[in-house]
Each structure stands twice: as C-alpha cells, then as structure tokens.
Design a protein. Structure first.
Length: 189
C-alpha cells in the first residue's frame, strides 16, 4: 500500500472559535488527517446539530475532527488514540490552543469500546485505512451502547471500500475527495 502523506506538516482549523489555528502533522505511517475541504463540507452538514454535542474522535490521530467540532461549539470531545506519541502531541496541541471540554485517552479503540459506555451525539469513525477496522468499530459502537438514540456518525474510507455498517445507521449525506469517500450517517433511535 502506498504511503499517504497528504497533510504532513500543518493543517488549519477551518471555522469557529479556533479558526485559523494550526495543528502540526508528523510524517508517520498510517497518519492521514482529514483535509480542510472535507472537514468544511462535513461541518457544514453538521452546523444545525453541533452546538453542545458530546463527541467521540475514535481514531484521533492529530485530533483535527474533534478539535474542529469543539471550535464550532461542541460541548465536549473524547479523543481515543493508541499511539503514545500521537496522543502526547494531541494533548500538547489541546493545551496550546486552550481547548475546553477535551479529553485524550491513550488506548486501542476497539479495546476501549469494550468498557461500560458513555453515550455520544457525534462519532468520528476514521480508522487507519490499512487496518480494516470499520465494521468491528461500528459493531462495538452500536452493540455496547456508545451512541445516543439519534447519534450522527461520520465515516471516512478509501474510495470503493464496501463498509458493513449496522442497519440502524441511515445514510444522510456522502461525498468524495481524491481517493477518499466520506459519509455522514444518522442512527435510527
């Protein structure tokens, strides 16, 4: 699999209270931050429902999705990242930006989802593309009570990937950018 380094260097927060803030992006295998263009599209879709939302950035990496959500008015965001170095960088970024309502958990996302749940209004499901974790993460989110009754779930995957998602997740909007497809689902309560 070719190494995808788009975004290596810095990315910016598109809108909200942190608009224009920069996030450092390290050159690391599997780290593939969501582009500014895709984040802008996603958060335009989410604009009416982001205020006060409880968010989960499940495979956080740089934390760009969760930080963008907090910048735009989300009430809180839990960032789960298994790589200690990335989790430490994310904590440093959140401290530098003085982001309230953020908590970083250094853990394997699938293992973390096995614990007692806390319900989230919005979940970002964007695992490393080479790991094929979409179906199992989605199954655990649904089966273990992590999703609020009418939660929103954002899913990002390589173009052409057949995703096995729970039947309770209804497609709301979808798009594509380069070799990436992205979609927003609404959980049927």
């Amino acid at each position: 699999m070719a190494r995808d380094l788009r975004g290596a260097g810095k990315l910016r927060i598109v809108a909200g209270s942190l608009r224009g803030s920069r996030i450092d992006v390290v050159d690391q295998e599997g780290l593939r931050p969501t582009s500014d263009r895709v984040r802008e599209t996603l958060f335009n879709w989410l604009a009416p429902m982001i205020e006060g939302a409880r968010c989960l950035d499940l495979f956080a990496g740089t934390g760009a999705l969760g930080i963008e959500a907090l910048s735009r008015g989300a009430g809180e965001c839990v960032f789960v990242e298994r790589d200690r170095g990335l989790a430490g960088r994310l904590e440093a970024t959140l401290a530098r930006l003085k982001v309230p309502g953020a908590r970083v958990v250094c853990a394997d996302a699938l293992v973390w989802l096995a614990q007692p749940a806390g319900r989230f209004d919005l979940v970002f499901l964007d695992p490393p593309f080479g790991a094929d974790l979409w179906a199992e993460a989605a199954r655990r989110l649904e089966a273990n009570g992590w999703l609020a009754e009418s939660a929103w779930i954002y899913v990002e995957a390589p173009m052409g990937t057949r995703l096995e998602l729970p039947p309770t997740w209804n497609l709301y909007r979808e798009g594509k950018a380069g070799a990436v497809s992205f979609a927003l689902y609404r959980r049927a309560g």
